[in-house]
Design a protein around this ligand. Structure first.
Ligand code: AMP
Length: 187
């Protein structure tokens, strides 16, 4: 099965994606991680995106579309994908549908983790201490939230009509959220 997990920054997408990937033997495809790897490995691409990420802006659709392509067309990962942080724009969502079609796959479950701005701010302030991410400061958090609302909201409007769309309260405890997702995936 292939799964999308999306929601605002700090909604717990990464944590849930890791849980699900372990439990259901899926590959977590996190565009945030893929982008941070480019920065860490000081690739040509990495130099450009370091600035973008630290400002709280989005990487271009071309960059992220290219990054996920390898995973989608990897035979070993076929029908074992969990997308975390992708798609984040309507054009990415449409590109994903196209690539899934081209690789004879489909998205089986779409989870939207819904969380209020207040919870996000307090969570990211905590994560800042634990993970020391350059983009986890208050100004960037607020910018990332606004960018999310502007760019990712159309993704929500696009998916909400689908029969395999599930909205989950991302304000609940990690294990409560995991239980809900696992229940849906196990049916
Ligand atoms: P995340 O780890 O998912 O919170 O992503 C961290 C940052 O990476 C985001 O704030 C964006 O700057 C960038 N990013 C991650 N995924 C995408 C995407 N699908 N499209 C554009 N930018 C992205």
């Amino acid at each position: 099965m292939n799964v999308i997990i999306f929601g605002p920054p700090g909604a717990g997408k990464g944590t849930q994606a890791i849980n699900i990937s372990k439990k259901f033997n899926l590959y977590q495809i996190s565009t945030g991680d893929l982008l941070r790897n480019e920065v860490k490995n000081k690739t040509e691409l990495g130099k450009d995106i370091e600035n973008i990420i630290s400002k709280g802006d989005f990487a271009t659709d071309e960059i992220v579309n290219e990054l996920i392509k390898t995973a989608i067309f990897d035979k070993n990962k076929k029908n074992k994908l969990i997308f975390d942080g992708y798609p984040r724009s309507l054009s990415q969502a449409k590109n994903l549908e196209l690539m899934m079609n081209q690789s004879n796959q489909k998205i089986d479950f779409i989870f939207f983790l819904n969380v209020s701005k207040d919870i996000i701010i307090s969570r990211i302030e905590k994560r800042k201490i634990l993970e020391k991410r350059a983009d986890d400061n208050l100004t960037t958090i607020l910018k990332r939230y606004d960018t999310y609302m502007m760019t990712t909201k159309p993704v929500l409007d696009f998916y909400i009509k689908k029969p395999n769309f599930y909205e989950i309260d991302g304000g609940e405890k990690i294990n409560e959220i995991s239980d809900k997702i696992e229940q849906i995936l196990s049916v």
